[in-house]
Design a protein around this ligand. Structure first.
Ligand SMILES: *[C@@H]1O[C@H](CO)[C@@H](O)[C@H](O)[C@H]1NC(C)=O
Ligand SMILES: *[C@@H]1O[C@H](CO)[C@@H](O)[C@H](O)[C@H]1NC(C)=O
Ligand SMILES: [Zn+2]
Length: 606
């Protein structure tokens, strides 16, 4: 049993084609013999091509699929029919949802797939992640989880052991995952280049490591020597970022936010093979966790080329709603991209703008200084006088505008920018709302004055891995507006799409659902104990699931075809081995056993 064994259907289809292809009979016997040979050859060729074409198509759209899934706990996320026990899939779409008996009678020819009581949800959609970055991260050194600097060095040395080519061919070590808030040795402040140089092998190879929030680089001295020519002198003021130096002006090896751009110029680019491997790795991982879609939060022109090619070659097993990103973040570059839908697997029509940095590296733009370092209040990455014009220009050109805003100042600037843009374009009420402008993260919000504007604006959140230190950074007052999911809903936000921001959080969407429902980390802990961190901000399991399905689809203008198990929508769904919505403590124990896209099994078995 199972969809994998359905190839018989395809073969019948091929035979039908051959019957039609045979040429009309000729009266001349000799010609007839030659013709017969030719016909056989042509027919065989045709069948080969037809089967090949059909096979390549069937990997995306199984036009022949026709089955009824039953004996399942189905969370449809369809408000008109939330629970169900069965549904019918035909030609890649849901065609009926409801009771097994009725569906069996109405669809006697559909293959019956008994799910043995397993749980089915709509294909999960991560409304904020970074596809290529996550794929490459799988190939990079990972120093995440290091409790001290020696552990960082240890994992880098192990990485070198595993990849002897790097030292032999004078390559770079690119890595990620460090978090200085975990290390007592640096007094919880930034590390420096010599902290890496200390191991003899690490001093000889250039090293560049992303902070776990991707808003800072940490380089060793060898790497600093290579990038030196790109770095401006100490007296040159830098907007939207910082080159960290000591009192004497010496480079410490830390580059924050926009200062990272000059390092990017010097870093080696990934090869085509690496990118192919990366894309395969990340899309496979997504499918393993029930994810059928992603909103790709910032795709540059060259990355778009990679994604387009992958779609053309049938290497995009998930749906990517790609937000474009310009090389120069202050410019409009919409003409570089062609809006549209590419095979249902790539959608281009939105832009990601970056207004500030992140809390962990003191880069989130705050109205008042950080509580744990009053000399800092973060970075606004786009000159404030440019923000409103930039938003308006993108909106005028028909792009959905999605703004990375974490700090309360950035959120205020983004909301003001949307308001100005709507006013200039003469959009109010429903017309403005229909633009579905998004704030990505919306992490720290001042709720005073939010009510009026928030109905126009959609917000997306991420799981909370920084709750351990964020309270120290922000202080007790401001913290009440941080990750305030329930408050956002109460303030009138109707569509709260959720995302992981992978590779910052894990790919598994159950981590985000668990965090939203329990306000606890993976181990069941929180700064406020096992009852959860500000538990009044919890979402219900149903709301969290909506955040990863229907609300995410809405945020991408796709709610008419994705996001719920509803007749007429595309048959994207995921099967789990337990009903994780029933018991919050079960969420992280659930395993995805099958993921289906366009009605076709893309991972596991039905
Ligand atoms: C780098 O940081 C270490 C602590 O991790 C400190 O002992 C050392 O003095 C720092 N080096 C420089 C050049 O500041
Ligand atoms: C919307 O704009 C129109 C003019 O374009 C105006 O007449 C109307 O009062 C506005 N509605 C609201 C709710 O602001
Ligand atoms: Zn992001």
């Amino acid at each position: 049993m199972g969809l994998r064994n359905r190839s018989g259907v395809y073969e019948q289809h091929g035979d039908g084609d051959r019957a039609q292809l045979l040429p009309p009979h000729k009266s001349n016997a000799r010609v007839k013999g030659t013709w017969r040979q030719f016909a056989w050859l042509a027919a065989s060729l045709f069948i080969l091509v037809a089967v090949a074409l059909y096979w390549s198509r069937s990997r995306h759209v199984a036009t022949e699929s026709y089955y009824v899934v039953h004996n399942a706990v189905v969370h449809t996320v369809d408000l008109d029919r939330p629970p169900a026990e069965a549904f019918v899939v035909r030609n890649g779409h849901f065609v009926a949802v409801g009771d097994k008996k009725i569906l069996f009678e109405a669809h006697p020819l559909a293959e019956k797939l008994d799910l043995d009581g397993k749980t089915v949800v709509p294909g999960l959609i991560d409304s904020h992640g970074h596809l290529i970055e996550q794929g490459l991260a799988f190939l990079q050194a990972d120093v995440g989880g290091s409790q001290n600097l020696a552990e960082v060095r240890g994992s880098l040395v192990r990485y070198l052991d595993a990849r002897p080519d790097i030292e032999k061919e004078h390559g770079w070590v690119i890595g990620k995952g460090w978090d200085q808030s975990k290390w007592a040795e640096t007094n919880y402040g930034f590390p420096n280049a010599t902290d890496l140089d200390r191991h003899p092998r690490l001093s000889k190879v250039p090293i560049c490591l992303y902070r776990n929030d991707y808003h800072a680089y940490w380089l060793n001295t060898r790497a600093l020597d290579i990038v030196a020519s790109h770095i401006p002198p100490p007296d040159q003021k830098m907007e939207g970022g910082e080159v960290v130096r000591d009192a004497s002006g010496r480079l410490m090896g830390i580059f924050l936010d926009r200062a990272m751009e000059m390092i990017d110029l010097a870093l080696p680019q990934p090869t085509e093979t690496m990118l192919k491997d990366a894309l395969h790795a990340v899309t496979s991982r997504m499918l393993q966790h029930g994810l059928t879609g992603l909103h790709d939060a910032g795709v540059s022109a060259w990355q778009m080329g990679i994604l387009r090619k992958a779609v053309d070659e049938g290497r995009m097993p998930i749906r990517n709603y790609a937000m474009v990103r310009c090389q120069d973040p202050e410019k409009y570059c919409g003409d570089t991209f062609t809006k549209g839908d590419y095979g249902g697997r790539l959608t281009v029509g939105s832009v990601k703008l970056f207004l500030d940095g992140a809390v962990g590296s003191w880069g989130a733009a705050l109205i008042d200084p950080y509580s744990d370092d009053v000399s800092k209040s973060g970075f606004v990455r786009i000159p404030t006088e440019r923000i409103n014009d930039l938003i308006t220009e993108w909106a005028q050109n028909g792009f959905q505008v999605n703004i990375h805003s974490i700090g309360d100042l950035a959120n205020k600037l983004a909301l003001d920018g949307f308001e100005t843009c709507f006013r200039r374009l003469g959009l109010n009420g429903t017309a403005a709302y229909n633009r579905r402008m998004r704030i990505e993260h919306a992490q720290i919000i001042v709720f005073k004055g939010l009510r009026a504007i928030c109905k126009h604006v959609f917000k997306s959140q991420q799981a909370t891995s920084d709750m351990a230190y964020v309270e120290k950074r922000l202080g007790h007052q401001r913290i009440r507006g941080a990750y305030a999911w329930r408050s956002l809903k109460n303030a009138g936000v109707q569509h709260l799409a959720l995302g992981s921001d992978f590779p910052i959080e894990g790919v598994n969407p159950l981590l985000g659902i668990h965090a939203a429902v329990t306000r606890l980390d993976e181990s069941g802990a929180s700064p406020h104990g096992p009852g959860g961190w500000y538990p009044s901000e919890r979402l219900t399991p149903e709301e969290a699931l909506r955040g990863f399905t229907l609300d995410a689809a809405w945020a991408a203008f796709q709610e008419h075809e994705l996001g719920s198990i509803t007749a007429g929508k595309k048959a994207d769904f995921a099967v789990f081995d337990r009903n994780f919505l029933a018991e919050p403590q079960d969420i992280l124990k659930a395993n995805c056993v099958a993921t289906v896209v366009d009605g076709v099994v893309a991972y596991g078995h039905l």
